[in-house]
Design a protein around this ligand. Structure first.
Ligand code: AMP
Length: 199
């Protein structure tokens, strides 16, 4: 499987531990080194900015998608390959994952969680089919993964839904995790409605 373009969700905050900011830069470098284009929220601050700068430092292609109100606040990154300005947050999310070969989450706040969980939900419904990777730097996503596990153990989600995502600890593990992710098909949405025995 050729990985051409991935979407990365991550923080807009500049004030997190340097460990997280450095990881975003490193992930950008790694993706560019593998000739993988990056699509992200188009910001210049926080992990988003570091990700873009890491990829650009290695000659990578970086595509940002940002709502107009954020662009007007001068939150956009003007040095990337292309910055697309859209009207709404929803349009942004839809375009960020469109035609991507994986969705990757680095640590972040509510915006990152929302983007990640919407993508998990779309995969569960058979709308998004590509791998989803948690980059669990410093165990940041542990509570989030525990919550998903609880949803599975309490039958709010099917245990086969666990195959929708992979968890890695460091940016250098991301590309292999994408390659190791199981194929997903539209039929998998049946997990939501069919009894296990009938599949
Ligand atoms: P968070 O993980 O909460 O920092 O959210 C990241 C998301 O927040 C981005 O995808 C944007 O939707 C939004 N966001 C918040 N602040 C900014 C900013 N300064 N620049 C760009 N996007 C931002």
């Amino acid at each position: 499987m050729e990985i051409k373009k991935v979407c990365v969700f991550c923080a807009s905050s500049d004030f997190s531990d340097q460990l997280y900011l450095n990881s975003a830069y490193r992930l950008g470098e790694i993706l560019a080194g593998e000739s993988i284009s990056v699509v992200y929220g188009g910001g210049s601050a926080g992990l988003m900015g570091r990700l873009a700068e890491g990829a650009l430092s290695r000659g990578g292609s970086v595509y940002g998608i940002i709502p107009k109100f954020m662009y007007d606040l001068e939150w956009g990154h003007n040095g990337i390959t292309d910055l697309k300005i859209v009207d709404t947050m929803n349009e942004r999310k839809e375009l960020m994952i469109k035609d991507t070969d994986a969705a990757i989450a680095l640590p972040g706040g509510s915006g990152t969680f929302e983007e990640l969980f919407e993508t998990i939900t779309l995969k569960r419904l058979g709308v998004y089919l590509s791998p989803i990777i948690f980059v669990n730097i410093n165990g940041f996503f542990n509570p989030c993964i525990e919550l998903l596990e609880r949803a599975i153990s309490e039958n709010f989600m099917d245990e086969r839904n666990r195959l929708m995502w992979k968890v890695v600890s460091e940016p250098h593990e991301v590309v292999q995790a994408i390659k190791d992710s199981p194929e997903w098909s539209v039929e998998a949405r049946n997990f939501a409605t069919l009894k296990k025995e009938s599949l």
